[in-house]
Write a protein that binds this ligand. Structure first.
Ligand SMILES: Nc1ncnc2c1ncn2[C@@H]1O[C@H](COP(=O)(O)OP(=O)(O)OP(=O)(O)O)[C@@H](O)[C@H]1O
Length: 268
C-alpha cells in the first residue's frame, strides 16, 4: 500500500498509509475503536475504492479492481460476522459462498442455472479441499447452523480458502470465542501460514495478536502510527498513548487486555 487513503465526506477514515504485508507471514492490524482497521481491510479487498494512494499485489496495481477481481488475483477475506447459510449443508454453503464472491453470480448460484451446474463439480472439489484445511471435512454434510460458533467461524475461513488465495484477510477471527477456542484458532492460522499462505488480520484480542503476529501495524485516527514486531510495538510510546491516552475511546484497554488474563492464568 502506498499513500493509501479514503475520505467519507470530511472524515478521513484512512489517511496516507504506506505499508507492506510480508509474504508467508502474519501481519496484525490493530488500533483503538474507529482507528480505520475495517476500512483498511475494505480497501485492500476491493470493497471500497480509495480516494488516494495505490495498492499493489505481486507486482500488479489492483487499486481499482472490483471485489471478485481482487479475489481472482489471490486475496480473500472473512467477515466479522460470518454470513453462512444455516439451513444448507456446510459443503453447499462453502461452494455457494465462494461462487457468489468470485463470479458475482448470485443469481446463477441461487437459481442453479446451466452454467452454475457445469461449474459445480470443480468448485465441489475446491470446497472439500478448503474444508479439509480447516478440519471440517467430516462435517461437510451437516447443516451449517448445527455447528458450534467455532465451527461456523471455520466455515467462514473455508469459504475464503475455497478461492485458493495467496493472501487471507481475517476480520476479527477470535470475536465471540473463548480462550480454548482462540488457542485452537491460532494453531489453525499457524498451520495455514506454514502451508505457504500470507495472513493479515484485524483483531482486538491482544493475547492472539501478541502470540501470533510476526508484524503489527498500528492505526490511529486513520493513520499508521507504528509498525514492527509485537515486542517493538508494545513498548512504542505512540502506541501506548493511543491505547491509554485521553484520545482513546472508552473501554479500549478493557477490550484489549481482558481476554489475555484467562488465557495466561492457568500457566501463572
Ligand atoms: N461507509 C462509511 N461511511 C462513512 N464513514 C465510515 C464508513 N466506514 C467507516 N467510516 C468511518 O471511518 C472511521 C473508521 O472506521 P472503521 O470501522 O474502519 O474503524 P475500526 O478501526 O475498524 O473500528 P472498530 O475497532 O470499532 O471496528 C470511523 O470514523 C467510521 O465512522
Amino acid at each position: 500500500m502506498d499513500g493509501l487513503g479514503i475520505r467519507f465526506g470530511g472524515n478521513h477514515a484512512v489517511r496516507d498509509v504506506s505499508a507492506a504485508l510480508p509474504a508467508g507471514q502474519i501481519t496484525a492490524i490493530i488500533g483503538p475503536n474507529g482507528a480505520g482497521k475495517s476500512t483498511f481491510f475494505n480497501l485492500i479487498s476491493g470493497f471500497y475504492v480509495p480516494t488516494s494512494g495505490r495498492i499493489r499485489f505481486q507486482g500488479e496495481d489492483i487499486t481499482r479492481l472490483k471485489t471478485h477481481q481482487v479475489v481472482g488475483r489471490g486475496i480473500a477475506r472473512t467477515f466479522q460476522t460470518t454470513t453462512i447459510y444455516k439451513e444448507l449443508s456446510v459443503l453447499d454453503g462453502v461452494m455457494i459462498g465462494h461462487r457468489v464472491r468470485t463470479r458475482a453470480g448470485l443469481l446463477d448460484a441461487l437459481l442453479r442455472t446451466g452454467r452454475e451446474r457445469r461449474d459445480e463439480e470443480g468448485s465441489r472439489d475446491g470446497a472439500m479441499a478448503a474444508l479439509a484445511r480447516v478440519g471440517l471435512a467430516d462435517q461437510a454434510a451437516r447443516p451449517a447452523g448445527a455447528l458450534t460458533q467455532e465451527g461456523q467461524k471455520r466455515v467462514g475461513i473455508a469459504m475464503a480458502l475455497a478461492s485458493n488465495p495467496k493472501l487471507l484477510l481475517l476480520d476479527e477471527p477470535a470475536a465471540g470465542m473463548n480462550p480454548e477456542e482462540t488457542v485452537r484458532l491460532m494453531a489453525l492460522i499457524r498451520d495455514l501460514v506454514s502451508g505457504g499462505l500470507t495472513v493479515a488480520l484485524v483483531e482486538h484480542k491482544m493475547s492472539l495478536v501478541m502470540g501470533l503476529a510476526d508484524h503489527i501495524l498500528v492505526l490511529h485516527h486513520g493513520q499508521k502510527i507504528a509498525q514492527g514486531t509485537p515486542a517493538q510495538v508494545s513498548r512504542d510510546p505512540a502506541v501506548i498513548e493511543a491505547y491509554l491516552g485521553g484520545h482513546a475511546h472508552g473501554g479500549q484497554m478493557g477490550q484489549a487486555t481482558a481476554p489475555a488474563a484467562p488465557t495466561g492464568a492457568p500457566h501463572a
